[in-house]
Design a protein around this ligand. Structure first.
Ligand SMILES: Nc1ncnc2c1ncn2[C@@H]1O[C@H](COP(=O)(O)OP(=O)(O)OC[C@H]2O[C@@H]([n+]3cccc(C(=O)O)c3)[C@H](O)[C@@H]2O)[C@@H](O)[C@H]1O
Ligand SMILES: Nc1ncnc2c1ncn2[C@@H]1O[C@H](COP(=O)(O)OP(=O)(O)OP(=O)(O)O)[C@@H](O)[C@H]1O
Ligand SMILES: NC(=O)CC[C@H](N)C(=O)O
Length: 547
């Protein structure tokens, strides 16, 4: 039997666009001789549809969209994800389409409700195994999380008798190392059932989530025979054959090249995330403040890879606190990337602005509010230009700064999309070096990589005056934010108690700032966003007991 996995970039809510894309992939698959074409989880409406599922009209339109797809694609068999509504109850379902109609539906049983997932808020679990026979093979259906609960899956499909192929339609979001996790799960399943596995994943970015594709076909020995492209659409075609005790998989096309390593994966996730957020929200162009620092340089380089140099505008906004070196570096970054650079000095705005604020005798033109005013003026300039020219503002805060609130609310947090908000500062540096190596030339000037980071909001300011060294800060963040460890556990792991307590206090205190900051690309198993939902008003904290 020839199977085709239609890994495509579904847009949430674009029912007709998603159907059109599937129609054209189906036509390609049929032309290539496929007997069965499968599409990702909730491919009809995009994933995750969130509270759209509460709208009755949306559920009706979903059904109509599947019927339209069925009528337009009468040949062969299609399996596609959609929201099925039965007497007002919604199910995360897969339609089996044959002869121009929905022949059968499978309703997802294991509904993930952890991390970024909220499926029990929307869907009821199904309880009926579905087995179809096609071209001499027995095939069973599963949807994403169903495959991850192997003990349950074994019980669920024992009574159906032996089968040859397990289909899994997925919307499995990316984080670093996720492909290997999926590989282990799929291999375990093939071995448990002595069956081949066809795993069709979604690709594309939806708000903060990146779906990396990399759909998989494994044979019954658990060997991953072929995988689809990473971070791109792909139509993966292979022949699945029962040969005595085994089920073999033979790819009909050369294997796609996998990402070159963790930095390559992160880079592609950031690029796809930025491109899809901009395009799916109607932006062709983006703009950002170029300070001559590492964060804005890396963000600009990602934006250029995502949207093309002609669609990225850099703005340098010098004040008297900027050194000639950083101003020159902002220009060098723009030249290296081939983007337009606009210069808007903030001094002519800052001076009268500060003078007006002097109406309040407490106004201090050397204090922290004055520092933040510079950032707020820059934020206002960027948002004003965005308004005028219709370009999306990219913010440049990394995960280290976002954790401890080292940013100005309505200043450098003002904008539409935060490209590197889930990338720790130490990783930002590694990414810069990686991007230079990948390009085979200097995109990010070496001075920008080696200079000690500074916000340049007062004379001789350095990040290190306010924060621990980034190596240490990032270790604390990994432990406290990404692993939910206590202060005591962090200190027991060898981190200095004073810094641990201080950083934890800052992280806890700055929840309000993160809630008001823009969304951005998720690359770790725990990003700020749906993964981590903490109260803003909160008096609980973890401390180190002292004797
Ligand atoms: N719980 C809460 N709920 C709602 N709002 C709350 C709040 N607590 C404070 N606030 C508000 O937030 C304000 C304080 O926040 P904010 O005005 O941002 O200012 P703040 O956090 O006090 O200072 C920002 C820090 O970030 C540094 N910075 C700024 C810009 C860029 C960079 C960089 O390197 O990238 C670093 C800057 O040097 C300074 O140390 C308060 O005045 C209050 O209005
Ligand atoms: N002089 C400037 N010209 C243009 N944009 C600026 C300037 N200073 C700050 N910004 C904007 O504000 C963001 C925060 O910058 P800041 O220099 O305070 O800290 P940072 O987090 O170290 O960022 P970077 O590494 O990009 O300098 C910058 O990334 C940039 O987008
Ligand atoms: N959509 C889903 O069911 C996804 C859950 C699954 N464990 C994953 O991330 O791959």
């Amino acid at each position: 039997m020839r199977i085709a996995l239609g890994q495509f970039n579904a847009v949430v809510g674009d029912l007709s666009g998603n159907i059109e894309k599937m129609k054209s992939m189906w036509a390609g698959a049929v032309e290539a001789g496929a007997d069965l074409v499968i599409f990702p989880e909730l491919a009809v409406c995009g994933y995750p549809p969130e509270d759209l599922v509460y709208k009755r009209q949306f559920l009706d339109d979903n059904r109509t969209a599947v019927e339209t797809l069925a009528a337009a694609c009468p040949a062969k068999t299609i399996v596609v994800g959609f929201v099925e509504s039965v007497n007002g109850t919604a199910f995360n379902a897969a339609a089996v389409i044959q002869d121009g109609r929905i022949a059968e539906t499978y309703q997802k049983r294991e509904l993930p409700n952890y991390g970024v997932f909220d499926e029990r808020r929307y869907f009821r679990p199904g309880n009926r195994p579905v087995l179809v026979e096609l071209a001499g093979l027995n095939i069973v259906l599963t949807i994403c999380e169903d495959l991850w609960e192997i003990e349950w899956l074994k019980r669920f499909y024992t009574e159906s008798g032996p089968f040859d192929l397990l289909l899994n339609i997925s919307a499995s979001p990316f984080h670093m190392g996720k492909f290997d996790e999926r590989g282990r799960i799929i291999t375990r399943c093939s071995k448990a059932f002595n069956c081949a596995v066809a795993y069709c994943n979604l690709v594309g970015c939806q708000d903060e989530l990146v779906f990396d594709g990399q759909s998989i076909l494994a044979d019954s020995s658990g060997h991953i025979v072929t995988r689809a492209r990473a971070f791109e659409e792909d139509l993966l075609i292979a022949d699945v054959t029962r040969a005595e005790e085994n089920v073999t998989v033979a790819s009909t096309q050369p294997n796609a090249a996998p990402p070159e390593g963790p930095l390559d994966e992160i880079y592609h996730a950031l690029v796809l995330g930025t491109r899809d957020y901009a395009r799916k929200n109607g932006f062709k162009k983006v703009l950002l403040g170029l300070s001559g620092g590492i964060d804005s340089a890396v963000t600009a380089a990602v934006a250029v890879a995502a949207l093309g140099a002609e669609n990225v505008l850099g703005i340098t906004m010098p004040s008297r606190f900027n050194s000639p070196e950083t101003i020159a570096d902002a220009k060098k970054v723009a030249d290296n990337l081939g983007i337009e650079l606009l210069t808007i000095p903030i001094e002519p705005i800052l001076t009268p602005f500060s003078k007006s604020l002097g109406a309040d005798p407490r106004w201090d033109d050397k204090g922290i509010a004055y520092e933040n005013l510079q950032s707020r003026i820059r934020g206002t300039i960027l948002m004003s230009l965005s308004n005028q020219i219709g370009a999306l503002v990219l913010t440049t805060g990394n995960k280290s700064e976002t954790s401890v609130g080292y940013s100005t609310l309505y200043g450098d947090t003002a904008g539409g999309f935060a490209v590197i908000k889930d990338v720790l500062k130490t990783m930002v540096y590694r990414l810069a070096t990686y991007m230079n190596a990948k390009a085979g030339r200097e995109l990010i000037p070496s001075d920008v990589i080696t200079r000690p980071p500074s916000a340049e909001l007062r004379p001789d300011q350095k990040d290190a005056d306010s924060l621990p060294d980034y190596d240490l800060l990032d270790e604390i963040i990994k432990g406290y934010v990404e692993k939910d460890l206590s202060a005591r556990e962090l200190v027991a792991s060898g981190l200095p108690a004073k810094d641990v307590e201080r950083v934890i206090r800052l992280i806890d205190q700055n929840e309000y700032k993160r809630r008001q900051s823009p969304p951005g690309v998720r690359i770790t198993p725990k990003a700020f966003g749906k993964d981590r939902r903490l109260p803003i008003t909160n008096r609980y904290t973890t401390t180190i007991p002292r004797p």
